[in-house]
Ligand binder design. Sequence first.
Ligand code: PNS
Length: 163
Amino acid sequence: MSTKVIYPGTFDPITNGHIDIIERASRIYDKVIVSVAENDPKKPMFSVQERVDMVSKAVSNMDRVTVESFKGLLIDYVRSKKVRVVVRGLRMISDFEYEFQMALMNRKIAPDIETIFMMPKANYSYLSSKLIKEAAQLGADISVFVPSFVEKEIKRKMSNIGK
Ligand code: PNS
């Protein structure tokens, strides 16, 4: 039986930590759909198309991985794709409460869909898109946290802010 999983997230933007999780998932599952959430209340820096483009570029060497976006309830989208497994990354204990709530709410809505947690490489356990953007805005070198094309996109976006 081939196993298809969905790895959902905001990916604003994709980081080396996300890429690590995608690589790990693609070693275990036959097909990984990386799904970029469109209507996120987090007010992303990048449009959904920009985020999909960056994720697509980051996974272009991974043949089991595809990228798309979704709107609305994650569970409805997962069902529409006929998938039963959602993958989420768990970096540290501080992620646990939110992830636990989300997984249990999703399970209440759809008991047949399972959430699987994967841990990134220890060196990536502190990475977050939010802190990377903040550090970049304050002039830090973010080249070890994101692919170089993402670093360029963040700089381009920042130089356009306020124009
Ligand atoms: O990368 P993030 O921001 O941690 O991803 C969160 C995401 C997009 C997976 C989550 O907000 C989500 O599933 N959004 C879709 C709307 C939804 O289903 N909300 C109810 C969750 S219980």
